[in-house]
Design a binder for this molecule. Structure first.
Ligand code: CO
Length: 235
């Protein structure tokens, strides 16, 4: 067996194992999801969201892209974020970078790769913002490891810049933002110790925005421009 046959055989084995452990498992999942976590990670095949966090089906909403980026024009990321926060009510949002990230390494080099160069520009912006700190690190591998960490911190800040997170932070159950780095060399997930409230405070004076106020508290009560039609007609 090879390729897709392996996948299907593995799936049937997994279904059998799950049913043997818990006959209600699939029935329960079919009723809906209420995941506690949103995971924003790298597409790298060595960083499986469930495996490295010990979470199973129904526990974690997942978005992955090259180098775990939070880009404000990424409709996919924004849709995932809005749905996770406003509909599913996730409590913890994890931005998970990883040492040895090919996307980060490519952004630190000066070679063209095609379309992806435009995506990597977002990581080069992180290099520019932290250029002095990075230049002080002489060892190239250490410098790349630090860039991975700085990139995670910047992406957590990018989350805090969205109106989705700003509105949620003013609500009853504000989600906590976390920056984590996974080491593919030893499997350990490290918490960078980012405090969501500190991040929000730091960015507030430039990035904080407020939702428009509704007239009479009812958005549907709008009856058109405040113009008298008789006067408009010149009478
Ligand atoms: Co990566």
């Amino acid at each position: 067996m090879s390729g897709i046959e392996d996948i299907l055989a593995n799936n049937r084995q997994w279904v059998a194992t799950k049913n043997a452990q818990d006959p209600e498992f699939f029935k329960r999942l079919a009723n809906g999801q209420q995941p506690r976590y949103l995971f924003i990670g790298c597409s790298d095949s060595r960083v499986p969201a469930s495996g490295i966090t010990g979470t199973g089906p129904g526990e974690m909403f997942v978005h992955r892209n090259i180098a775990n980026m939070v880009v404000h024009t990424d409709l996919n990321l924004l849709s995932v974020l809005q749905y996770a926060v406003e509909v599913l009510g996730v409590q913890d949002i994890l931005v998970v970078g990883h040492y040895g990230c090919g996307g980060v390494a490519a952004a630190a080099a000066n070679k063209q790769y095609g379309l992806i160069d435009n995506w990597l520009v977002n990581i080069r912006d992180v290099v520019r913002l932290h250029e002095i700190e990075l230049l002080r690190i002489k060892d190239e591998q250490q410098r790349l490891r630090r860039l991975v960490e700085l990139n995670v911190i910047e992406q957590v800040q990018n989350l805090a810049k969205t109106n989705i997170i700003q509105n949620a932070m003013r609500g009853d159950k504000p989600p906590r933002l976390h920056g984590l780095v996974y080491d593919i060399a030893d499997g350990v997930l490290k918490d960078l110790g980012i405090n969501s409230l500190d991040v929000a405070d730091e960015l507030e004076h430039i990035y904080a925005t407020e939702a428009p106020h509704e007239v009479d508290g009812d958005a549907n009560s709008y009856e058109g421009p405040n113009v008298d039609p008789a006067k408009e007609a010149g009478e």
